[in-house]
Every structure is written in C-alpha cells, then in structure tokens.
Design a protein. Structure first.
Length: 186
C-alpha cells in the first residue's frame, strides 16, 4: 500500500489543479497496465492524508474543488500572507470581486444583467475574470441578440476551496445586526 500511496502522493503533488480519484485511477491504470480499484485509491489518499497531518510537513492533503490537492497548513498563514502581499499586484479589484460575486450567485447570467445589478459597466471586470479563468462562457441566452451567458469555472471552485456552489455563503451569513438596542431576550 505504501508503494501505491507514494504514486498517489506524486500525482496529487504534480497536478496543477485538484485531481479526482478517477483521474488518479486512469493514470495508475496506464502506469501499471492494470485496473486499480477506486477503494484502493481512496485508501491510498487516506494514507497520504494521515502522513501529512504530522508536524513535519507544512502542507496537508485537502479535498477541494472536486478533487484532492496539497495546501499549506494554517500555521504558516503569516509567511504566506507576506508572499501574497508582495504579489498583490495580481489581486482582483473590488469591482472585479463584485462582478465575480454577482456571477457566482446568479449564474448563468448575461453581462447586461450583471451591469443592471451593479449599476455600472462590467466590461473590464468580466474581461479580467475571463483572463484569470475564474469565469467562463456557459452559452448564449435566448433573449434578444442572444447575449453570452457567464458562470463560474472549476478554477473558481478551486481558488475558493469549495466543491459545490451550494457551499457559497448565503446572503443571511453577511447580515449584521445594526442599530439594535438592548439584548435579544429582552
């Protein structure tokens, strides 16, 4: 099992995006010229996951974006924060984040529908989101002129560490109780 776990570890490490158990199975099938049961792959992933829970490692195996990937542990957040701060030129602007949020919650959505919600043009923001592969064209609307429909991509899921759009926070998670007097049980 350690031999199989080492191959699985290498595949997860080298994959540029979260790798699924089926993708691992396909690679191992070609490697060994034999079927490797998915249960053995899941067991191998568990072995790798347990191994990387040790304090000797700065990363851990995480299920994210529909597959598995290595992510750094929260204890190293400060040093990673410094790196990200230095690379902040590549960050999304507030307008791009607003547009991305609208697309994530309302998808599939046209550019004009997003602009109607934001109240301003979304041309530049959508272009940047397409370049960063966080959104993708999902098709064409049946409306007049058949405008393009936009939705989030797999890279969006991976970037935000979610497996399904149902994991997005609901709007009630963002509400703050303002202008309240006294305690709730009064």
């Amino acid at each position: 099992m350690d031999y199989l776990a080492n191959h699985i570890q290498a595949l997860v490490f080298c994959s540029p995006k979260p790798i699924t158990a089926d993708e691992i199975q396909d690679c191992l099938k070609e490697m060994f010229d034999a079927d490797v049961p998915v249960d053995d792959i899941i067991s191998g992933l568990e072995v790798v996951g347990e191994k990387f829970k040790a304090d000797d490692f700065a990363m851990e195996l995480v299920k994210s974006g529909g597959g598995y990937q290595f992510l750094t542990k929260p204890a190293y957040q400060a040093s990673i924060g410094i790196l990200l701060k230095q690379q902040s030129k590549k960050r999304l602007s507030n307008s791009a984040l607003e547009t991305l949020s609208i697309i994530a919650y309302k998808q599939p959505i046209t550019k004009s529908e997003a602009e109607q919600i934001r109240g301003v043009s979304c041309d530049y923001s959508i272009q940047k989101l397409l370049e960063k592969e966080l959104v993708e064209i999902k098709g064409k609307s049946e409306g007049v002129g058949r405008p393009l429909l936009y939705g989030t991509s797999q890279k969006f899921m991976d970037y935000f560490g979610i497996n399904d759009l149902k994991e997005l926070p609901t709007p009630k998670d963002f509400t703050t109780e303002e202008n309240t007097i006294g305690e709730e049980n009064e």
